[in-house]
Design a protein around this ligand. Structure first.
Ligand code: NDP
Length: 399
């Protein structure tokens, strides 16, 4: 018997839980705790009798005492945090107090600063080690599978990886002029920020969307990609020895960029509070409230995602190129778990990470990024659980 606590009940969390429910032999008991209890109860009712012992709870995950009370009464083995990055540290604090292992898909970000980095969570290493607890950081697709792909490439095909380009392509169309595929607030904070990449031991900073390339993606076609700062650049720079450069590119359509520019120009993406009708509001939070809920995009999104990594390096002194990627179909995801592919490609890896932890395959106390674990069992589960991968040993490179 394993007790799992899932925090959050949004787009990603719903995939995590539906995928866990496909493995009731491992996820025997699941408590879903979130801010809006009605969403949790509706999800559990919709899943129905899957052979899992479900419990629902209401929690404010910004409050350590509330989290501690919940964990003390439920006594989970692992807490899967698929709420928002703002809650990471509060949930890690509660896990330490209650001796619960931890997994998330996004690194900590303070609410009042559009800036994310691992240092805040890496600062918990010693405390998790001493407590004999494991914290698995960034176990979605990117970050997540991109780290597993990197560990797999290094283990099987390279002596040294010198260059990594992570390419995140969403060829899906939801039919709205503007919507985001995951939490709008987090998404817009990420793409409106300055870009950066890692080169020769340091960060090179760029303006938002300053570096653009075109790439022809398998099963999607040619797309414009833009260089962004992204979480896994930070951990891969530490965990891939001898790395010279890591870049992250994401595709955006012209309509998305035009809307984003316009919203920025009028101040709607700002996180500075303003006075509105006698109360303080944050423009970006207001914008989130009027945009479509990412969880509602599932039935309307058509097309495919293609996310993967291109590696260049050396094996036995010879140059090697290797591209590994997953193609995911929005409509197939919806048929399986009532969600579009962005939540699917994030939720499935989170479920796999929790599964490997609970079955003792991924273990070892401390705070770890996914590339620090053995990638082979994870790669096997990706194929079995809906995210099969494709290898190309002679890919076109990004210049
Ligand atoms: P959603 O906004 O759809 O869901 C967030 C959920 O967390 C909601 O159910 C929300 O409650 C709940 N929540 C928010 N604040 C609190 C709180 N204080 N206490 C309790 N519950 C709270 O976001 P997504 O599902 O799209 O994203 C979830 C996470 O996944 C994010 O951290 C995102 O950054 C990450 N992500 C990671 C990716 C990767 O590849 N690594 C890719 C995409 C997303 P309510 O229902 O009341 O709003």
């Amino acid at each position: 018997m394993h007790k799992t606590l899932v925090i959050g009940c949004g787009g990603v969390a719903q995939v995590v839980v539906r995928k866990m429910a496909q493995h009731p032999e491992i996820f025997t008991d699941i408590c879903i705790a979130s801010r809006t209890l009605s969403k949790v109860d509706a999800l559990i009712a919709d899943i129905g009798d899957a052979g899992v012992n479900f419990t629902s709870a209401k929690v404010d995950a910004d409050s350590v005492p509330e989290l501690v009370a919940l964990m003390k009464s439920y006594k989970p083995e692992i807490c899967v945090n698929v709420a928002l990055p703002y809650q990471d540290l509060a949930i890690m604090d509660a896990c330490l107090e209650c001796k619960v292992n931890y997994l998330d898909t996004a690194n900590y970000e303070p609410r009042d600063e559009a800036h994310f980095e691992y240092s805040w969570q890496w600062a918990y290493r010693e405390r998790f080690e001493k407590a004999g607890l494991t914290a698995i950081l960034g176990c979605g697709f990117d970050p997540g599978v991109t780290g597993v792909f990197s560990a797999y490439a290094l283990k099987h095909y390279f002596d040294t990886i010198e260059y990594i380009d992570i390419l995140d392509c969403n060829g899906g169309d939801h039919g709205y002029p503007f919507a985001t595929n995951f939490n709008p607030e987090i998404n817009i904070r990420e793409v409106a920020a300055n870009g950066s990449y890692w080169e020769d031991g340091g960060w090179v900073h760029t303006k938002p969307m300053e570096i653009q390339r075109v790439y022809n993606f398998d099963s999607v076609g040619e797309k414009d990609c833009y260089l962004l700062h992204h979480e896994e650049l930070e951990s891969l720079a530490v965990n891939i020895p001898g790395i010279k450069r890591i870049r992250f590119f994401m595709t955006f359509g012209q309509s998305y960029l035009t809307h984003l520019k316009c919203l920025e120009n009028v101040g709607m993406t700002s996180i500075e509070p303003i006075d509105f009708c006698g109360q303080k509001i944050i423009p970006l939070e207001f914008l989130k409230a009027v945009l479509p809920d990412p969880a509602s995009l599932g039935p309307r999104t058509k097309g495919k995602t293609n996310i993967g990594c291109i590696y260049q390096g050396l094996k036995d002194g010879k140059p090697v190129r290797y591209y590994v990627y997953n193609i995911c179909d929005h409509e197939e995801c919806y048929r399986e778990v009532k969600s579009q592919a962005i939540s699917y490609t994030t939720g499935v890896p989170a479920m796999i990470g929790a599964m490997l932890f609970l079955t003792g395959v991924w273990n070892g106390p401390g705070v770890k990024n996914v590339e620090e674990f053995d990638p082979d069992p994870f790669m096997e589960k990706l194929n079995e659980c809906g995210l099969p991968w494709v290898e190309d040993f002679n890919p076109v490179l990004v210049d």
